[in-house]
Design a protein around this ligand. Structure first.
Ligand code: HEC
Ligand code: HEC
Ligand code: CA
Ligand code: CA
Ligand code: CA
Length: 463
C-alpha cells in the first residue's frame, strides 16, 4: 500500500542525492589546525586549534613580521636596527600576505623577494670554520644585499634577462619556457672573484612551518634512498646543516636546499641576512671587513631584536595555518591524487605524515598532514642547477618544496612565480622544468592528453 508520506520522502531525497554526487569537499592539508578560508588573507590566520596562552605571542610576532624596520636611531626604538646592508624592511615585503614573493616585475624594479646567496669553494680550513656550509665571498659575504641605509653603498644592482626555449606535449600542443640570466651591476666593493658561486632564491610561503618541524626525523630519513637501491631513478638525500644554538650538526628542513634546521634559526637568519637585524643567534652586523662604510655606520648595541621577541616571531611562524584546500568534487580530488601517484610525483612530493611530539608547540603535534614534500634533496638536472653547494646539498640538488598552498598562492599573490628562481610562470611550467631525478615524472606528464593535464592542474590549483 502506497502512502502519501512515502511520496513526500522520495521527493525530498531525490534532489539531495543528485546534489550529494557532486558535493564539493575541502581537505585539511594542515590537520586540525587548517582554517577554511577563501579570502586573500587565507595564509594569515593562526591554526584553528591555537591554545589561548599562545595567542598573544602570535599577535606580537605577527606585528614584528609586518612592521617596517628602520635604521638607528629612530623614534620607534623596538624597530631600530635595519641594515646597514639589507634587502627588505619587513618580512612581509618578501613573504607577501605570509605567502610567496614575486621576482622583480618589468625589469625596472629592484629585486627583493628574489635574493642571491653567494659563496666561494674555499679551502678545507675555511670549510671547516663554517661547519661544512658555504664559505663567504671576500668583500660580499654569503648573501647579496642590494639596498643600504643612507651613507652606505648597496652591494650591487641586479638585472635579469631571459632565454626562451620551446617544446611540445605528446599530443602536439606546444609551450614555451623562460630561463632567467642574472647580471650584477655597480658592484660597490670590487669585482666578484672568478670562483664566485651564486644561488638565486625566491621567497616561499611562510605558513605551515611548525608542522614541517614537527615531522619526526625518522619519518624523513626513511624516504631517503641515496644510492637508489630500489632502482626507480629517484634517490633523495637528507641535508645536514649546523644548529647555531645547539652547536651541532642537524637535519636541514627549511629553505630551497634544506639549509636551515629550525624555524627559529631560519627566522634569525632572515632578520640578519635579509634585513640587517642582529639577534642573540646571529649577533654580528652583516658587514664584511672590507665594507668600511658599513662597519662605520651608527648601530645600536647588539642584539637589535631580543631573544624573547625573536621567539615570538618564531611562534608566529610555527602557528600560521595551512588553509584547507579549495573545494573540489570527490571525483576531481580522487583523479588528481591518482594522477600524482601514477606520474610518480608523490615519490618526492610525499603526501601524508602524522607529526610527532618533539617540538615546542603542542598545536602541531600528532597531526595528519598533507604537505607533498619529503624534505629531501634531489638532483634536478642541468637546467635547474645553480652550481652552488649548500652544506651537503650539491650544486644540482634542491629540496622538494611542499605543494600545500600552491594554487592558493596564485590567488593571494597573482604575480608570484614558481621554482627556486621564479622562472616558472605557472605550476605547469614548473613541472616542465623537472629534470634529473624528476625527468621521468616530467615525461609522464608530457605524455598525458589535454584533459588529463587539466585534471592534474585543477587538483594542484586547489591546494
Ligand atoms: C628579502 C626577502 C626576504 C625577507 C625580507 C624575508 N625572507 Fe624569509 N625567505 C626568503 C627566501 C628567498 C627564502 C628561501 C631561502 C633559501 O632557500 O635559502 C625564505 C625562507 C623563509 C622560511 C622557510 C620557508 C621554507 O619553505 O622552508 C621562513 C620560515 C622564513 N623565510 C621566514 C622569514 C621571516 C620570519 C622573516 C623576517 C624576519 C623573513 N623570512 C624575511 C626571502 C625573505
Ligand atoms: C625527483 C623528485 C621530484 C619528482 C618526481 C617531482 N618533483 Fe616536483 N619538485 C621537486 C623539486 C626538487 C622541486 C624544486 C626545484 C627547483 O626549484 O629548482 C620541485 C618543484 C615543483 C613545483 C614548483 C613548486 C614551487 O613551490 O615552486 C611543482 C608545482 C611541482 N614540483 C610539481 C610536481 C609534479 C606535478 C610532479 C609529477 C609530475 C613532480 N613535481 C615530480 C622534486 C620532484
Ligand atoms: Ca642592524
Ligand atoms: Ca653581503
Ligand atoms: Ca629510489
Amino acid at each position: 500500500m502506497f502512502r502519501p508520506s512515502s511520496w513526500i520522502l522520495i521527493l525530498l531525497f531525490a534532489p539531495l542525492s543528485v546534489w550529494g554526487q557532486d558535493k564539493r569537499l575541502t581537505q585539511k592539508l594542515g590537520g586540525e589546525g587548517s582554517v577554511r578560508s577563501d579570502s586573500l588573507d587565507a595564509f594569515s590566520f593562526p591554526v584553528r586549534n591555537i591554545k589561548s596562552a599562545n595567542r598573544k605571542d602570535f599577535m606580537v610576532g605577527k606585528s614584528f613580521f609586518r612592521q617596517n624596520w628602520v635604521s638607528f636611531p629612530a623614534s620607534v626604538e623596538s624597530l631600530e636596527g635595519l641594515g646597514p646592508l639589507f634587502i627588505a624592511q619587513s618580512c612581509i615585503a618578501c613573504h607577501e600576505r605570509d605567502g610567496r614573493g614575486r621576482p622583480a616585475v618589468d625589469g625596472k624594479e629592484e629585486f627583493r623577494a628574489l635574493l642571491f646567496r653567494l659563496s666561494i669553494p674555499g679551502s678545507k680550513e675555511q670549510q671547516a670554520r663554517f661547519h661544512g656550509g658555504p664559505v663567504p665571498v671576500p668583500n660580499y659575504g654569503d648573501q647579496l644585499q642590494n639596498f643600504a641605509i643612507p651613507g652606505v653603498k648597496p652591494e650591487a644592482k641586479v638585472r635579469a634577462s631571459f632565454t626562451e626555449t620551446s617544446g611540445s606535449f605528446a599530443d602536439g600542443i606546444t609551450y614555451t619556457l623562460q630561463k632567467p640570466v642574472f647580471r650584477f651591476e655597480d658592484l660597490a666593493y670590487g669585482p666578484f672573484p672568478k670562483d664566485v658561486m651564486v644561488s638565486p632564491r625566491l621567497a616561499p610561503g611562510a605558513f605551515g612551518m611548525g608542522l614541517l618541524e614537527a615531522i619526526d626525523e625518522k619519518d624523513i630519513l626513511k624516504n631517503a634512498d641515496p644510492d637508489d637501491l630500489d632502482g626507480d631513478g629517484i634517490s633523495g638525500r637528507p641535508n645536514f646543516t649546523w644548529d647555531e644554538r645547539a652547536q651541532k650538526r642537524a637535519l636541514g628542513r627549511f629553505g630551497w636546499k634544506a639549509n636551515q634546521p629550525t624555524v627559529l634559526q631560519q627566522t634569525a637568519a632572515a632578520f640578519n641576512g635579509d634585513m640587517g637585524v642582529t639577534s642573540p643567534v646571529f649577533p654580528h652586523q652583516n658587514c664584511e671587513p672590507a665594507q668600511k662604510d658599513c662597519l662605520a655606520a651608527k648601530a645600536k648595541s647588539t642584539p637589535e631584536i631580543s631573544q624573547s621577541d625573536l621567539q615570538k616571531v618564531s611562534a608566529y611562524m610555527h602557528l600560521l595555518t595551512v588553509p584547507q584546500s579549495q573545494a573540489l568534487t570527490e571525483g576531481q580530488i580522487k583523479t588528481g591524487q591518482r594522477l600524482l601517484r601514477e606520474l610518480t610525483c608523490t615519490k618526492c612530493h610525499v603526501e601524508t605524515y602524522r607529526t610527532g611530539t618533539g617540538t615546542e608547540f603542542a598545536e602541531n603535534h600528532n597531526q595528519i598532514i598533507h604537505p607533498y614534500t619529503d624534505l629531501l634533496l634531489h638532483d634536478m638536472g642541468d637546467d635547474l642547477a645553480d652550481g652552488r653547494p649548500d652544506f651537503e646539498a650539491s650544486g644540482r640538488e634542491w629540496r622538494t618544496p611542499p605543494l600545500w598552498g600552491l594554487g592558493r598562492s596564485r590567488k593571494v599573490n597573482p604575480q608570484t612565480r614558481f621554482l627556486h628562481d621564479g622562472r616558472a610562470r605557472t605550476p605547469e611550467e614548473a613541472i616542465l622544468w623537472h629534470g634529473g631525478e624528476g625527468e621521468g615524472a616530467r615525461e609522464k606528464y608530457k605524455a598525458l592528453d589535454q584533459s588529463q593535464r587539466d585534471q592534474l592542474l585543477t587538483y594542484l590549483e586547489s591546494l
